[in-house]
Design a protein around this ligand. Structure first.
Ligand SMILES: *Cc1c(COP(=O)(O)O)cnc(C)c1O
Length: 449
C-alpha cells in the first residue's frame, strides 16, 4: 500500500503542470489539494492508480467546470408569466440598454450635482409619485424586507391585528406569523378563518395596538361562506383610533390601457391611492414587471419614520435596483409599455396569442404531430391566484425514439425549454414565450428527432 500511495503526485508538481499553466494558481491550489485528498482515499479503498496526465486532465476539467456560469437563460413554455422559479418578471432588454451607461460609470446615486453635497438615493424614485397619488416612497430589497421593516418600525412590542383568514404563507417559507414574531411585533389574531367583521377589529383595539394589517391572499382563495372587511373601512377605523393601517399587497400594478380586466380581481395602485392608506407595500418583480425590490408607498410621516430605522441600512438597495426601477417608472410614465415584457404579455389579445401559436406551429417538425390547442395560462407570482388567462399552446406527441412524454419533456428541459405535460401531450404554451424563442425551440426539437 505504501508503494501505491507514493505514486500520488506532489501538489507543486501538479501546480506547475504545463496543461494547468493558464489557471490562477491561488484558485488552483485548493482544487489540487482536494483532488489529492479524494485520490488518496480512493487508493486506500483499492481504487485505480492514475497517470500524472490523467490527474492533470481531471483537475483541468474540474477547474473549467467551476469557471462556467450556472445562471443562464431558459425558455418559458409553461404559460405562467411571473414564474418565481424562472426568475419572476423578465427584465426589459430596452430598459437595460438605457441604464447600461449609468451602471458602468460613476453616477449620482447619492450625490447632489447642484450643491456638490451628499444626495439621497431614494430621491431618484420620487417621479413614481407623479403617476400615483401617494405622498412618499421607499424601496428595500424585496417585499419580505418591506413587511419586516414596517412591523419592526411601528409595532415592536406592540400588537398588530390580523384576520385569521389572512395569516398567510407564501412560497419560500415566508410566513406572516413568523415574520411578525422575528420583527418584534405581537400578533393578535382576530375573527375566524372564513369570517372577519369590522367589529372584530373594533373590539380588539386597545392601548397597545399599533397597527391594523391586511395581507393579500396571494396563493389561495376563500370561497363559500365568507366575509372580510373592506380595505377602506379598515383604513377609516385605523384613522379614527389613531393607529397605522398597512396592506401587504404582494403584487401592485399601474392601470394601463388594455388591462382594465385586472381590476375585476385586484385593485390597482391608483384605486388604492385614492383611499389614502397609511402604508402599502408590494414586490418590484411581480405584476409591476421590474426587478426584485420591495416598494413601500404611503404617508410622508410614516415613510420618514421608516427611514429613521437603522434596519433600513441592512435592507437598502443598490444602484442596479434603483437604476432598473427608475427606468421602469419612466417607461410607465411615457406609456412605453411595449418595453416592459410582463406588461406586454398581459396585454396580448386572444387573436395575437393564436397568431403566435400558428407561428410556433410552423416551426415544429411534423413528426411530433403538432396541434394548436386552447389552453389556460396564469399571471403567477401570487397575483390573481386561480384566475386562468385564455391562451394557446402547441401540443406535441412523442416520437418512437422519445419513448414517452416524460422523456420528451426531460430532453427539452435539458435544452433549456421548460414545458408542461397535460393529457398525455407535451404543451408549449405561447403565453410567456417570445417570438425570438421559436428558432431555439425548433433547433432543440430537431436535435431530439
Ligand atoms: C410575494 C409576496 C411577498 C414577498 O415578496 P418578495 O418580493 O418575494 O419578498 C409578501 N407578501 C405577499 C402577499 C406576497 O404575495
Amino acid at each position: 500500500m505504501k508503494e501505491i500511495l507514493k505514486q500520488i503526485p506532489k501538489t507543486d508538481k501538479l501546480l506547475n503542470a504545463k496543461a494547468l499553466s493558464g489557471y490562477n494558481p491561488n484558485f488552483l491550489k485548493p482544487l489540487i489539494q482536494r483532488f489529492l485528498k479524494n485520490y488518496r482515499e480512493s487508493l486506500l479503498k483499492g481504487g485505480e492508480v492514475l497517470s500524472f496526465e490523467s490527474c492533470v486532465e481531471q483537475i483541468s476539467k474540474e477547474y473549467w467546470h467551476l469557471s462556467q456560469k450556472s445562471l443562464k437563460p431558459l425558455i418559458n413554455a409553461t404559460g405562467v408569466i411571473i414564474h418565481t422559479n424562472l426568475g419572476r418578471s423578465v427584465f426589459s432588454k430596452e430598459l437595460l440598454q438605457e441604464i447600461f451607461p449609468t451602471l458602468i460609470a460613476y453616477n449620482n446615486l447619492e450625490y447632489n450635482q447642484q450643491t456638490g453635497k451628499r444626495g439621497e438615493r431614494y430621491a431618484h424614485l420620487k417621479k413614481f409619485l407623479t403617476s400615483v397619488d401617494f405622498e412618499d416612497i421607499l424601496i428595500v430589497n424585496n417585499n419580505a424586507a418591506a413587511v419586516f421593516l414596517i412591523f419592526n418600525t411601528f409595532a415592536k412590542n406592540k400588537e398588530v391585528l390580523v384576520s385569521r383568514g389572512e395569516l398567510i404563507e407564501i412560497g419560500g417559507s415566508f410566513r406572516i406569523p413568523r415574520v411578525m414574531e422575528d420583527s418584534g411585533a405581537i400578533l393578535k389574531e382576530i375573527g375566524t378563518t372564513n369570517k372577519t367583521y369590522l367589529q372584530d377589529y373594533q373590539e380588539a383595539i386597545n392601548e397597545n395596538t399599533a397597527m391594523l394589517f391586511k395581507a393579500h391572499k396571494s396563493n389561495y382563495e376563500i370561497v363559500g361562506f365568507h366575509e372580510e372587511v373592506a380595505y377602506e373601512d379598515l383604513i377609516k377605523l385605523a384613522r379614527d383610533r389613531g393607529v397605522v393601517d398597512y396592506y401587504d399587497l404582494g403584487s401592485g400594478y399601474f392601470e394601463i390601457k388594455g388591462l382594465e380586466t385586472l381590476k375585476n380581481f385586484e385593485p390597482s395602485l391608483q384605486e388604492i391611492a385614492a383611499l389614502k392608506p397609511s402604508l402599502i407595500s408590494f414586490s418590484g418583480d411581480k405584476l409591476l414587471g421590474g426587478t426584485q425590490a420591495g416598494i413601500i408607498l404611503g404617508k410622508k410621516q410614516y415613510i420618514a419614520k421608516l427611514k429613521q430605522n437603522q434596519l433600513l441600512r441592512m435592507l437598502r438597495v443598490d444602484k442596479f435596483t434603483l437604476c432598473a426601477l427608475e427606468a421602469l417608472f419612466c417607461a410607465y410614465l411615457k406609456g412605453e409599455y411595449e418595453k416592459i415584457p410582463t406588461a406586454r404579455m398581459l396585454l396580448q389579445t386572444k387573436e395575437a396569442l393564436e397568431t403566435k401559436a400558428k407561428n410556433l406551429l410552423a416551426k415544429i417538425p411534423a413528426y411530433f404531430s403538432p396541434k394548436i390547442l386552447p389552453t389556460k395560462g396564469y399571471v403567477g407570482g401570487g397575483a390573481m391566484p386561480n384566475r386562468a388567462l385564455d391562451s394557446y399552446g402547441v401540443a406535441l406527441k412523442p416520437k418512437n425514439t422519445t419513448k414517452n412524454i416524460q422523456s420528451l419533456e426531460e430532453l427539452l428541459r435539458q435544452e433549456g425549454i421548460v414545458a408542461r405535460i397535460e393529457n398525455e401531450c407535451l404543451i408549449l404554451d405561447v403565453m410567456a414565450l417570445f417570438e425570438s424563442d421559436f428558432e431555439a425551440i425548433k433547433n432543440a426539437l430537431l436535435k431530439i428527432k
